[in-house]
Design a protein. Structure first.
Length: 192
């Protein structure tokens, strides 16, 4: 049960965002820029970084919703089951998952950010650079991981509810992947 009263039926972050539209707008814009804005990292890779960070923070809503968004970015409806399996493998052990060495190096950085910013080492950065990561990609990985620590704590710190069935996240992930995080509904103070 949430610690404060949110509009009925809004899971995860959507309840707190509807509760405070004035803080919702900058939070949504930050997610939009980080996960969908211009970048040399694919949208799927950025959603995977958000998903992995959220899984390390044990935030069910965020890891599942952003995992669904990543799955949608990775391919169409036919590939969804395969893509969800990949996301699960990454959360379980990204080093053994069938992803690029560069993404593995960036997830290593994200995992260290999740533990505490000072845990990121010069060796972590060197590994990412050796795999072709640019300074902007390293910067954005750190910022995505840091922002998702905040989002995860926002969701869980207010004890929001989250659907337990993975199927509930498929349309949510599609909306995040294809429509984004900032919509005209934000300006009308309606939830995502």
């Amino acid at each position: 049960m949430p610690h404060i009263t949110f509009p009925e039926g809004l899971p995860g972050i959507t309840g707190p965002l509807a509760f405070r539209p004035d803080t919702a707008e900058p939070l949504r814009r930050l997610a939009e820029v980080l996960l969908r804005g211009p970048n040399t990292l694919s949208r799927a890779d950025r959603e995977i970084i958000a998903t992995y960070t959220s899984s390390q923070n044990d935030c069910h809503f965020c890891q599942t919703s952003h995992g669904a968004a990543a799955a949608h970015h990775l391919g169409g409806p036919v590939e969804l089951a395969t893509n969800f399996a990949l996301i699960s493998a990454i959360k379980r052990d990204f080093e053994a998952a069938p992803i690029s060495p560069k993404l593995k190096a960036l997830l290593n950085i994200a995992g260290h950010v999740q533990q505490g910013g000072k845990r990121v080492t010069a060796e972590d950065i060197a590994r990412a650079r050796e795999q072709g990561a640019t300074d902007t990609e390293i910067h954005d990985t750190v910022l995505i991981a840091a922002a998702f620590c905040m989002y995860n704590r926002y969701v869980d710190g207010l004890a929001t509810w989250a659907p337990q069935e993975e199927e509930a996240y498929i349309p949510m992930g599609a909306s995040m992947a294809h429509e984004g995080y900032v919509t005209t509904r934000v300006q009308n103070s309606d939830p995502q």
